[in-house]
Design a protein around this ligand. Structure first.
Ligand SMILES: [Zn+2]
Ligand SMILES: [Zn+2]
Length: 118
């Protein structure tokens, strides 16, 4: 299964990073229904989340797909990767930590555990 990471920034400057599962159909096409994340039993489509906007009520003015490009240069993963708002990650985490500082608070403890291991 493929996942993508989306970074959002609202008009008021709030930042949000979310990961979504990508489920192409039998013809390998990806539609609005095929990119989503599960929150408990609830299926949340990326399309809806992006349109719905920020919790503060503002709409998102930046929506970016964060992705790893290459880890061939073995550049050390630093705080700037975790705080990333740009699309590309080229450090040694290979995209794993890219933009995670903007994840929702309830997802942070898990991320801290990963940090300790690394
Ligand atoms: Zn906001
Ligand atoms: Zn990194």
């Amino acid at each position: 299964m493929q996942t993508i990471r989306i970074y959002y920034q609202c008009k008021a400057g709030h930042r949000l990073t979310q990961d979504y599962e990508v489920h192409p159909d039998a013809n390998n096409k990806i539609g609005f229904d095929d990119i989503f994340r599960m929150e408990g039993e609830q299926k949340i489509r990326q399309y809806d989340e992006g349109r719905q906007g920020c919790q503060c009520g503002e709409r998102f003015v930046k929506v970016r797909h964060l992705k790893a490009t290459s880890n061939s240069n073995n550049r050390k993963c630093t705080a700037s990767c975790k705080n990333a708002q740009s699309e590309e990650c080229d450090c040694s985490c290979n995209g794993a930590n890219h933009g995670i500082a903007h994840k929702p608070a309830q997802q942070q403890p898990q991320l801290l555990a990963e940090e300790v291991q690394g």
